[in-house]
Design a protein around this ligand. Structure first.
Ligand code: TEU
Length: 554
C-alpha cells in the first residue's frame, strides 16, 4: 500500500561504531556506512535504523547525548549524515534514527548549566534534582537502583542528588517540564526536516516517573527474580520509574508532529513492558507506530513456550491496528546465535559473561538459521541486527580490561555487559581486521575464527548464512509474507505441538521442528526454502531437528 512502509518492513540495525570504518581509526563512522550501503541492497532489507551518532562523550557508546542536533566527530559531520541519507534514499532504503529522550549526557549544555546553578533554579528543574534523606541529606532520596548497577542517584558537592536510571553520566530529564517537551519536539522536526523516515525511541517506557518518586518495594524481589529458572525470565522493567500512564501523552504529541510531515514517518518504541497486551498501549492509533517485541526475543527455543507468544504478539497488536514486530538480536543482548547454543536455549537475553557456560556454536548457528526463517515467515515487521546476516556469535572471550560497557564496572565487575555483541563486522576474510577499516584497526578485537564469517567468504556460497538470508528476504517480499496473516496448522497437519510449530501465512506453510527427532514433511507440498538440508527416507521427506521449512501448499 502507498504509505505506511513500516507495516511490513525489514529494518536493519546499524551500530555505527562497529559497522564499517572509513577514517582508519578503528571506530566505524557515517562515511563507512555510506560506502557499504550496497551490502544492504544486496541483502534485501527495506530500511536501516542507526544507533546514536550524535555528539557525545561516549560514556554509554552514544546513548549519552551532548548535542541532539550534531554528529560526533568520531562518526563524521552533519554533511556526512546528509550524504548517507541521500545515498540510502537513492537506493530505496528508508532511514530511521535513534532518539534518546529519557536522559542527556552530563556534558549537555542543560546539565552543565544545572551544575553551575543553585538548588531550586530553573536550570535544575529540567532534571530530577532532589534533597537526600537522613542526617544532612546524606542518604539518596529513594532506594532506586541504576539498570547498570549501583544507586540511581549521584550527589553534588552542594548536597543535592540527581537521578540517573543508567550511568552517573546520563542524568534523567524531568518530562513534567514544558521546556523539555518543547525541546524534543524541536529535535524531531530538525531530523524530519532533513528527511529521516522515523525514530527509534530509547527507553520509551521510562520518561515519566511516579509522582513523588516513592521507594520501590519490589526492587529486591526483581533483582532476585533475574536469576529465575529458564523460561520464567521476565522481560519487563517494573517499578515507579517505568511505564507510567502519563508517558502516553508525550507520544500523542509526537504523533501529531510526525503527521505534519508526509504521513509516512514512523515512531518505534523501545519499551521493556509486559505483557504484550499492555505494550500495545504504546502503539494505539494516535501514539507510536511500532514497538519492539522483546517477549519474542526472550522466549526460549521451545515450541510450547513460543506458540502463545507468537499468537499474543499478533492478537495484541491487531487489537489496536498496529503491525507486530519481530526481533531476535540488538546491541543490548547476547547475539542469538550464542543464546540459542546455551543449555537454557536462549531464555536469558543478557548476561552470558557472568556464567562460566560456553555456548555450543554449531548448535546455536543451526537454531539461529531456523529461528530467523521462522521469524521472517511471520506477518508484520522484522528487525535484523548487523552481523546476524553473517551468523555472527557473541564474542565470549574478550579481555576484561578491554570492556567499555559501563554496566561492567557499575555492576562491581559481575555483569560482563554488552561489548561481546558489539564487535566490528568482518567484511573480508583475508584482510587485517577483516576489512573493517582501511588500516586494519578495530576498537575491539575480533575472534580469529571470524574469517569464516566474513561477508566475502559467504557471498555466492550456497547454504551460507548470508545467502540464506538473501533468499529469505527475496521470497518474503515476493510471497507477501509480511502483509499476510497467521493460521496455526500444527494440529491439523498431524504434528505433535510439543515439538513442531506449523502455520500458514499467505499460502505458505512455515514449519519449524524444535524437537529431538526429524518429522515428515506433509505430502504434496513444494519446498521453497529451508534453513538446513532436508533428508529423504523411504520416499518421505524429513525435516531434521532445529530446522525451518517454507513450503507452498498445493
Ligand atoms: O536500553 C534500555 C535498557 O537498557 C533497559 O531499558 C532495558 O530494560 C534492559 O536492557 C532490559 O533488561 C537502551 C539502549 O538500547 C541501551 O544501549 C542504552 O544503554 C540504554 O537505553 C540507555 O540509554
Amino acid at each position: 500500500e502507498p504509505g505506511q512502509w513500516w507495516r511490513h518492513a525489514v529494518i536493519y540495525q546499524i551500530y555505527p561504531r562497529s559497522f564499517a570504518d572509513a577514517s582508519g581509526d578503528g571506530i566505524g563512522d557515517l562515511p563507512g556506512i555510506t560506502a557499504r550501503l550496497d551490502h544492504l541492497v544486496e541483502l534485501g532489507v527495506d530500511a536501516i535504523w542507526l544507533s546514536p551518532f550524535y555528539r557525545s562523550p561516549q560514556a554509554d557508546a552514544g546513548y549519552d547525548v551532548a548535542d541532539y542536533r550534531d554528529v560526533d566527530p568520531l562518526f563524521g559531520t552533519l554533511a556526512d549524515f546528509d550524504e548517507l541519507l541521500a545515498g540510502a534514499h537513492a537506493l530505496g532504503l528508508r532511514v530511521v534514527v535513534d532518539l534518546v529522550p529519557n536522559h542527556t549526557s552530563d556534558e549537555h549544555v542543560w546539565f552543565q548549566a544545572a551544575l553551575a546553578a543553585a538548588p531550586g533554579s530553573p536550570e535544575r528543574a529540567r532534571y530530577l534534582f532532589r534533597e537526600g534523606k537522613g542526617a544532612d541529606g546524606a542518604e539518596p532520596p529513594n532506594n532506586w537502583e541504576s539498570l547498570f548497577g549501583g544507586p540511581a542517584w549521584t550527589r553534588l558537592p552542594d548536597g543535592q542528588w540527581y537521578l540517573h536510571l543508567f550511568d552517573t553520566r546520563q542524568p534523567d530529564l524531568d518530562w513534567e517540564n514544558p521546556q523539555v517537551r518543547d525541546e524534543f519536539e524541536d529535535v524531531l522536526r530538525f531530523w524530519l526536516d532533513k528527511g529521516v523516515d522515523g525514530f527509534r525511541v530509547d527507553v520509551a517506557h521510562g520518561l515519566v516517573k511516579e509522582p513523588g518518586l516513592p521507594d520501590w518495594d519490589g526492587q529486591a524481589a526483581m533483582i532476585e527474580g533475574s536469576t529465575a529458572a529458564p523460561g520464567d525470565r521476565k522481560v519487563g522493567d517494573h517499578g515507579p520509574m517505568f511505564d507510567q500512564d502519563g508517558v502516553h501523552e508525550i507520544y500523542r504529541a509526537w504523533h501529531r508532529v510526525l503527521a505534519e510531515y508526509d504521513g509516512d514517518r514512523a515512531l518505534v518504541a523501545e519499551a521493556w513492558v509486559e505483557p504484550l497486551e499492555h505494550l500495545a498501549d504504546y502503539v494505539r492509533p494516535d501514539e507510536m507506530h511500532q514497538a519492539f517485541n522483546f517477549a519474542f526475543l526472550a522466549t526460549r527455543w521451545d515450541a510450547v513456550a513460543l506458540r502463545p507468544v507468537l499468537t499474543a504478539s499478533l492478537v495484541a497488536n491487531d487489537a489496536v491496528g498496529a503491525p507486530t514486530t519481530w526481533v531476535l538480536s540488538n546491541h543490548d543482548v547476547v547475539r542469538h546465535t550464542s543464546r540459542l547454543g546455551l543449555a537454557d536455549a536462549g531464555s536469558r537475553p543478557t548476561g552470558i559473561g557472568a556464567q562460566d557456560e560456553q555456548p555450543d556454536e554449531a548448535l546455536g548457528l543451526r537454531r539461529a538459521g531456523a529461528a530467523s526463517l521462522l521469524m521472517l515467515g511471520l506477518p508484520g515487521s522484522a528487525y535484523l541486527y548487523q552481523g546476524e546476516e553473517l551468523g555472527l556469535p557473541e564474542h565470549t572471550a574478550l579481555d576484561d580490561d578491554l570492556r567499555q560497557d559501563p554496566s561492567w564496572w557499575r555492576s562491581g565487575y559481575t555483569e560482563r555487559g554488552r561489548d561481546g555483541c558489539r564487535v566490528p563486522l568482518p567484511w573480508e576474510a583475508g584482510s587485517a581486521g577483516f576489512g573493517f577499516s582501511p588500516t586494519g584497526a578495530t576498537w575491539l578485537p575480533q575472534p580469529a575464527n571470524w574469517a569464516a564469517y566474513a561477508l566475502d567468504a559467504q557471498r555466492g556460497m550456497a547454504g551460507s548464512t548470508f545467502e540464506s538470508y538473501r533468499t529469505t528476504l527475496r521470497l518474503r517480499r515476493e510471497l507477501g509474507l509480511g502483509s499476510g496473516s497467521l493460521a496455526w496448522a500444527d494440529v491439523t497437519l498431524g504434528f505433535d505441538p510439543r515439538w513442531v510449530l506449523a502455520f500458514v501465512n499467505a499460502g505458505v506453510l512455515v514449519l519449524t521442528n524444535l524437537g529431538a527427532h526429524p518429522v515428515p514433511l506433509p505430502a504434496g507440498v513444494t519446498v521453497l526454502h529451508a534453513s538446513a538440508p532436508l533428508v529423504a527416507a523411504d520416499g518421505v521427506t524429513l525435516v531434521p531437528t532445529d530446522t525451518t521449512v517454507w513450503a507452498e501448499l498445493v
